[in-house]
Design a protein around this ligand. Structure first.
Ligand SMILES: Cc1ncc(C[n+]2csc(CCOP(=O)(O)OP(=O)(O)O)c2C)c(N)n1
Ligand SMILES: [Mg+2]
Length: 480
């Protein structure tokens, strides 16, 4: 190093932005210590650790006397509860609101039952990040799913129009919420409190523990005869109706299963039906995230992984490889767009060589669709987004992997009958429409004629704007 020699390159700067530990080993002897530290730091900070090892050390002999500590720590027993007075404050915050909302992230995992019961006792609707989808084992009628670009229609509306939001176990970054809303943050990390919006209260607590405390507190108040719900009963009823309408619309779209090219909804309908209860999905980056956030049912023990922070295309196939190696007894799927799939398709060879029965689904829309939509939204002329119609089934065959091509939901269902239970990797190239999935994120900002035109453009006139649903619900609760 340090001579501008052939292929000389300092590696650490490359990883500076993404690594939680990023060091070059300086002597052969310290190598075990550095690796040990890298592992424990990766666990502590939940990120990537990078260790650069100069080749000079590759054949150096060292004493085998290092005692590692990364593997010896045990999880602590504490569960970090909140103070009782803060639990009461949060309860009051929700009870006294006309338009309350609970928006949760992965941090609440393990407290799904409590969350459900709280939402029910209080009659407060729920929303969540995309990553928190597996928190519930199935679905919940008062859960609007996520907001932002991946959102459902009610997910956008409830974020935009709620007035009092409990933001718990999440660091959701996009500015999708009511700018005039009041926020209470419950999080273990002080740096997250108020990070995304001004918070009127920040409670440092473990999210599942906090939910247990809140539930116990609410039950006491119910037992004492207190009314927790009437201020926002109509708001909650509107949420139930908005979610029911959304589901009905998605179901209707999924019934267009004979159309060619295929509709995303019809493909996800089949995936939801046939995937194992504990299937793992490696999800690439692009429209496939919008579709998965909206249409993929997490079922009992289904799990997914994607690249949420850096949104790195090409994530799907390697994620399937890792999942197949780590969980050999579970069914593994990858879901990718044609752009992302093309970036890493060479890893199909590794899936084959490792005998991993991964079901790789690639959605060919002949476009970098997610970016095409961005260019449309920002009035840019289209550039650099067209993709050739690659025959991914043939590509797969070249790598020694079985390939299929389908053009509709019905064809996909037929192929799945053969593929289900496969003992080897397969690729299913689904030729999908490049018609844009409804950009729900725009909905919350449209009114009157603009809104009507928008819904008509996306064939979504069955969907009623929240303002109307709320008005109806108010009238119904008044009549009772
Ligand atoms: C490595 C990388 N390059 C570029 C991007 C920007 N980007 C995000 S989504 C996307 C298009 C994805 O296209 P495709 O995989 O075909 O999926 P589609 O959206 O068409 O379904 C691009 C280029 C990225 N996130 N990661
Ligand atoms: Mg594409």
């Amino acid at each position: 190093m340090n001579k501008d020699y052939f292929q000389e390159l300092p590696e650490n700067p490359i990883f500076a932005d993404v690594a939680v530990y990023n060091r070059t080993v300086m002597t052969a002897k310290q190598l075990p210590m550095v690796i040990d530290k890298a592992i424990s730091t990766a666990y502590e900070k939940q990120g990537v650790a990078v260790v650069v090892i100069p080749k000079d050390f590759a054949w150096a002999e060292i004493e085998d006397d290092y005692i590692p500590s990364a593997g010896v720590y045990v999880q602590p027993d504490w569960d970090r509860p909140a103070r009782d007075e803060d639990v009461k404050k949060v309860a009051d915050f929700l009870i006294n609101s006309e338009k309350p909302y609970i928006y949760f992230g992965q941090g609440v995992e393990g407290a799904a039952d409590e969350l459900r019961e709280i939402s029910h006792l209080l009659q407060v609707p729920l929303g969540s990040t995309y990553l928190a989808k597996p928190v519930f084992e199935g679905d919940e009628p008062a859960w609007m799913l996520s907001t932002g670009r991946l959102s459902t229609k009610p997910g956008v509306e409830f974020a935009a129009f709620s007035e009092d939001v409990l933001f718990i176990g999440t660091n959701y970054e996009f500015p999708s919420f009511n700018p005039e809303g009041r926020f209470v943050d419950v999080n273990l990390r002080p740096s997250v409190i108020g990070d995304r919006h001004p918070a009127i209260l920040g409670v440092l607590a473990d999210a599942p523990t906090f939910l247990r405390q809140l539930l116990a507190h609410l039950k006491e108040r119910v037992a004492a005869g207190e009314d927790l719900t009437s201020k926002h009963q109509a708001w909650y009823n509107a949420a139930l109706e908005a979610r029911r309408e959304w589901d009905a619309w998605v179901t209707k779209e999924a019934e267009r299963s004979s159309e060619s090219p295929a509709r995303m909804e019809s493909i996800y309908k089949v995936i939801n039906e046939v995937a194992d209860d504990d299937a793992i999905f490696g999800i690439d980056v692009g429209n496939v995230n919008i579709a998965s956030a909206r249409f993929l049912n997490m079922g009992k023990d289904r799990r997914f992984t994607t690249s949420p922070l850096y949104a790195t295309m090409g994530y799907g196939i390697p994620a399937g490889l890792a999942a197949g190696l780590e969980y050999p007894d579970r069914e593994v799927w990858t879901l990718s767009g044609d752009g992302g799939f093309a970036m890493m398709s060479q890893d199909l060879v590794a899936q084959r060589d490792q005998n991993l029965a991964v079901i790789n689904v690639v959605f060919t829309n002949k476009s970098l669709g997610f970016i095409e939509a961005e260019q449309d939204d920002t009035n840019q002329p289209h550039s650099g987004i067209d993709l050739s119609d690659i025959d991914f089934a043939k590509v797969a065959e070249g790598f020694g992997v079985k390939g299929y091509t389908v053009h509709s939901g019905d064809e996909f269902a037929e192929v799945m009958k053969e593929v289900k239970g496969t003992k080897e990797p397969v690729v299913i190239d689904v030729k999908v429409t490049n018609e844009r999935l409804i950009p729900n994120e725009r909905l919350g900002f449209l009114e009157g004629e603009d809104l009507d035109n928008f819904l008509a453009e996306y064939g979504a006139t069955d969907l009623t704007p929240l303002a109307k649903l709320y008005e109806r619900a108010l009238q119904q609760t008044a009549r009772k």
